[in-house]
Ligand binder design. Structure first.
Ligand SMILES: [Zn+2]
Length: 371
């Protein structure tokens, strides 16, 4: 994997990330194909929008269909036929949602499958093993993400454990990893500046090819989380990609870019699309609002996605109301196209040394609302 920052504007950066599968312009948003596909969207549609990197989840692939099956079916690229790059999250964050079904100790996580109740154990090493076998481009290590409202003591324990696990993951990756793959580092620390500083320094000593800030937007005070991103991002190694995990809404993405983040993932654009909430150059559009049934404009007059080129707000609103299954894909395609355009426009603004002005104009247009 290679990464080059081509232009900077303040802390914001425009770069190129290159894996053995594709070249990705940064800042980049990664669509979430958690279980091996972006729900309701075809690979050809993602390719047409211009995506070259998607996120999947190693825990989900481990549980269903299983590492063995995917590995024997041409690894993830062969099995899924997605030819672009793939980053996998380890599943550390997903243990959150298993609620009482998991137990974390210093050497890993024991958990029960939510599907059949079977018992499993993940360690920092086994998670690297699985992801190497899946043939992924960018591998995220097992981390411990404490909820944002946890006590300082719990956040400290999770942060120290994450650093310790990162060292173990790196050792394992050095033994079995492929040179076409890259293991990124993750650091935690909640909304505590001193803890963030400590863990970022410890994890940066491991000299991994990219770093991710985890544990933002996980229930902490929103302003405190934003302050951490603003203050800590510029301290991350400038020559390596910086990834803000699980964030966010369009405004949070622009704030992250302004702080110097290069990579984002978030399930919201596709999840919200399925609920009828669309992002547009004029702000959010709620398709369930009855005024759109007689509206013959596209979702976003400035969008060139397949959905906007062909269908009206009125027709899509009708399909959503009657529960047509195909509309979920049509709406997701639009939100994904909007996110792609957002980061591409941000990149152009950085290259033109115009990022802050462009950002405030974009945000003012959102505030005016959909016409
Ligand atoms: Zn569109």
């Amino acid at each position: 994997m290679r990464f080059n920052v081509e232009n900077t504007d303040g802390n914001a950066r425009a770069g190129i990330l290159e894996t053995s599968h594709s070249k990705i312009e940064t800042p980049a948003y990664m669509p979430c194909g958690t279980t091996g596909a972006v729900k309701g969207v075809r690979w050809s549609e993602l390719e047409e929008i211009g995506y070259r990197l998607v996120l999947m989840n190693a825990l989900h692939l481990y549980l269903r269909p299983g590492i063995e099956i995917v590995s024997d079916s041409g690894k993830v690229h062969g099995f899924s036929t997605w030819n672009g790059s793939i980053l996998t999250d380890s599943g550390g964050y997903q243990f959150f949602s298993l609620k009482g079904l998991y137990k974390i100790d210093n050497s890993g996580v024991s958990f029960q499958s939510p599907y059949d109740g079977s018992k499993h154990r993940f360690s920092p090493e086994s998670v690297v093993d699985s992801q190497v076998r899946l043939g992924l481009d960018i591998i995220m290590p097992l981390d411990h993400c404490a909820p944002g409202d946890a006590s300082r003591e719990k956040i400290k324990q999770a942060g120290e454990r994450t650093v310790d696990w990162l060292g173990k993951a790196k050792n394992r990756f050095n033994e079995i990893g492929d040179e076409t793959q890259a293991l990124f580092g993750i650091f935690q620390g909640g909304a505590h500046f001193d803890l963030r500083n400590e863990y970022l320094e410890q994890s940066f000593k491991l000299d991994l090819p990219g770093y991710a800030m985890g544990g933002i937007s996980v229930g902490e005070d929103r302003e405190e989380g934003e302050a951490i991103v603003r203050e800590i991002t510029p301290l991350m190694p400038s020559e390596k990609p910086r990834y803000l995990m699980g964030v966010g809404l369009p405004g949070q993405i622009l704030d992250g870019i302004q702080s110097g983040i290069d990579m984002f993932d978030c399930v919201l654009p596709t999840r919200m699309a399925r609920n009828g909430t669309l992002f547009t150059s004029e702000g959010r559009l709620n398709l369930r609002n009855s005024r759109f049934i007689t509206d013959d404009k596209p979702l976003d007059p400035e969008c060139s996605c397949g959905t906007c080129k062909r269908y009206s707000r009125g027709y899509l609103s009708h399909l959503h109301k009657v529960g047509d299954p195909g509309v979920l894909g049509l709406l997701s395609v639009h939100n994904l196209a909007y996110y792609k355009k957002l980061v591409t426009d941000a990149r152009d603004a950085i290259k033109g040394q115009n990022f802050n002005k462009w950002k405030s104009e974009t945000e003012s247009r959102w505030a005016e609302g959909v016409q």
